[in-house]
Ligand binder design. Structure first.
Ligand code: TYM
Length: 331
């Protein structure tokens, strides 16, 4: 039998998880769980590249684990762990820093955005953030990296770094591919459909978090910014707001864009927004119930972390040993 391929992905515990992260990443992770060896990390070391509250980071790390499981990731089938529990990530990141060019990192869109937003704290970690991400991915000899559209550039850089390293030392790393969903790769802010829904901008109803109350979700969709027309039609250029809502509705209901256009032909935007809100509430309700149940059992969650770290370390250490022996002839 052919060996299962490997998947790695991660999310920063830097804010409450959003509908964007769920649709762009976690939902795909759940679908892929049976067919691949999966590693899903809570990447807390990436979260400290901006100033943070340590207690909140710790709390969110546990909450994020409960949410991963509540979304349908079974910790028996998937290795779920915290990045900082596996020191190999930091060690490989240092080595890869020495194989990554200043010019490459300067071109990263996320670095440019973040350094504008955090102009008073453009630290070296923010700059080398994609190298730690490359270490995350390469440690597990990953085939596929399921992410939203905004992380594609980082996965491409990971491939370049791995190819450069392999070019010098032989086949140390598997070359990974990004895996981006066809629908929902970039869910936009409901108040500003030209800007990505982001956990760092959880304000004024533009962002839906997975644990939001149903009434808040319905209100946010009711107030979502659309356009001056009245036709529910998929056209991201002319109708970015409606097209974003159509993506969310398509993912929540499994309907195609054509089916949605037919369903709302002759109806106004009001009916459509209400339906998207209700579909989102229905999607999140079971997930929230499971989350509440899991959060009442912290001992279980801590056990999952301990087991995840052990399973992840065993694989990561093998790759790291290979790196040490090829690059320095030690070990
Ligand atoms: P992060 O934490 O910003 O986002 C987590 C995942 O959610 C996706 N995503 C979205 N998808 C669609 N629409 C949106 N509005 C939206 N917002 C977020 C992201 O594309 C991502 O897949 N650097 C990464 C975390 C990371 C990582 C890794 C990912 C660290 N190491 C290794 C993959 C592999 C990040 O900041 O994602």
């Amino acid at each position: 039998m052919e060996e299962k391929k490997t998947i790695f992905s991660g999310i920063k515990p830097s804010g409450d998880l959003t509908l964007g992260s769920y649709i762009g990443a976690i939902k795909k992770w759940v679908e892929l769980a049976d067919s691949y060896n999966c590693y899903y990390a809570i990447v807390d070391m990436h979260a400290i590249t901006v100033r943070h509250d340590p207690a909140a980071l710790r709390r969110r790390t546990l909450e994020q684990l409960a949410l991963y499981i509540a979304c349908g990731l079974d910790p028996k089938k998937n290795v779920i762990f915290v990045q900082s529990h596996v020191p190999a990530h930091a060690e490989l990141a240092w080595v890869l820093n020495c194989y990554t060019m200043f010019g490459e990192l300067s071109r990263m869109t996320q670095f440019k955005d973040k350094s504008q937003k955090h102009a008073d704290n453009i630290n070296a970690g923010l700059f080398t953030y994609p190298v730690l991400m490359a270490a995350d991915i390469l440690l597990y000899q990953t085939d596929l990296v399921p992410v939203g559209d905004d992380q594609k550039q980082h996965v491409e850089l990971t491939r370049d770094i791995a190819e450069r390293f392999n070019g010098i030392y032989g086949d140390v790393f598997k070359i990974p591919e990004p895996y981006i969903p066809k629908v929902g790769a970039r869910i936009m802010n409901l108040q500003n459909p030209l800007s990505k829904m982001s956990k760092s901008e959880q304000d004024a109803g533009g962002c839906i978090c997975l644990l939001d109350k149903p009434e808040d979700i319905l209100r946010a969709f009711k107030r979502a910014v659309t356009d001056s027309g009245s036709e529910v039609r998929y056209d991201p250029q002319e109708k970015p707001g409606i097209s974003n809502l159509m993506q969310i509705y398509a993912v929540c209901t499994g309907k195609s864009f054509e089916e949605i256009e037919r369903e709302f032909a002759g109806k106004g935007y009001g009916d459509f927004k209400m339906a998207v809100g209700e579909a989102t509430v229905a999607l999140l309700r079971p997930l929230q119930e499971e989350y509440n149940r899991l959060m009442a059992d912290k001992a279980y969650l801590e056990d999952v972390f301990a087991e995840g770290a052990q399973r992840a370390s065993a694989v990561a250490e093998k790759t790291l040993a290979k790196v040490r022996s090829e690059e320095r002839r030690v070990g």
